[in-house]
Design a protein around this ligand. Structure first.
Ligand SMILES: NC(=O)c1ccc[n+]([C@@H]2O[C@H](COP(=O)([O-])OP(=O)(O)OC[C@H]3O[C@@H](n4cnc5c(N)ncnc54)[C@H](OP(=O)(O)O)[C@@H]3O)[C@@H](O)[C@H]2O)c1
Length: 268
């Protein structure tokens, strides 16, 4: 897909991977609407994008509510005069033992990470089909491919989003709307600020700009998926398919240190 002039809506585009992707798409001539719940963060993101020469505006809304999704989509289509690319990027995470999770925390992950992208995509499809060729980009997580311990709900909703994305890609095949599934690995963003797990338990962070560049390359080349984390992560994904008990054993050997590192990880 030629990105020049494309009308793009990025949920959670005020921070981290979303904002870096907005910047990278703007550099390729896209027109943007970025969203988030916090008004001041939306204003700051829009100001920084405009300062860099982008055509950008913002919507302050919560994608986990019907009202917020309506405001998001209406705001975007009014500002842009239509829509070519929807990037479902807003996300929520809370790690820890399942028995330590509150029901509202579990439900927030289900609503933000899974229900919101499904319903926003459903609402956006008529606009996406209206243009010269549309695209839905779903930002899931490498955890959808290897479910790490102490992330049971987050892994479940990200795997759900991954399956939604694959099924929708096949449903829309030949109808002018492509679907790209993105699997970031650890990325240095505010979402990871409360994660204290380090390289001793296999955690490392890459800059959000690297993930953004890979997303933009994926859009430009009509790729079906972008998987981050390099050859090491790919080897673990392959092992998880071929010999899941070997991956179980690997996690068992670091289980206490891993739990200690991730138990306070929360960005809801
Ligand atoms: N960072 C990683 O290591 C990593 C790894 C794998 C996958 N991911 C996924 O990548 C995506 C982006 O994450 P990130 O690390 O870039 O996070 P981030 O820097 O914390 O940014 C999250 C963005 O989503 C917005 N947001 C959160 N909840 C929202 C809601 N209910 N409605 C609307 N906007 C909402 C936030 O703005 P407000 O707070 O103002 O709403 C912010 O703009 C997420 O889907 C995440 O699950 C991240």
């Amino acid at each position: 897909m030629d990105i020049e002039g494309k009308r793009v809506l990025i949920t959670g585009g005020t921070s981290g991977i979303g904002l870096a992707t907005a910047r990278a798409l703007a550099a390729r001539g896209a027109r943007l609407v970025v969203t988030g719940r916090r008004r001041n963060a939306v204003d700051e993101a829009v100001a920084s994008l405009r300062l860099a020469g982008a055509e950008a505006s913002g919507v302050s809304a919560d994608v986990s509510t019907e009202e917020g999704r309506t405001a998001t989509l209406l705001g975007a289509t009014r500002s842009l005069g239509g829509l070519d690319i929807l990037i479902n990027n807003a996300g929520a995470v809370r790690a820890g033992r399942l028995t330590d999770m509150r029901e509202d925390e579990i439900r927030t992950m289900v609503e933000v990470d899974l229900v919101a992208p499904i319903l926003l995509t459903r609402a956006a499809l008529p606009a996406l089909k209206d243009g010269a060729g549309g695209m839905v980009v779903n930002v899931t997580s490498a955890i959808a491919l290897i479910a790490m311990p102490f992330y049971a709900t987050y892994a479940a909703v990200k795997a759900g989003l991954s399956s939604f994305s694959e099924s929708l890609r096949r449903e829309l095949n030949g109808e002018g709307v492509r679907v790209l599934t993105v699997y970031p690995s650890g990325t240095d963003t505010p979402m990871m600020a409360t994660n204290r797990a380090g390289p001793d338990v296999g955690f490392s962070l890459e800059p959000a700009e690297h993930v953004a560049d890979a997303i933009v390359a994926g859009i430009a080349s009509d790729a079906i998926e972008v998987i981050r984390g390099g050859p090491e992560r790919q080897a673990l994904i392959d092992l998880n398919r071929k010999d899941p008990l070997a991956v179980d054993a690997r996690f068992l050997s670091i289980k206490s240190a891993f739990e200690e590192g991730v138990k306070s990880h929360s960005a809801l």
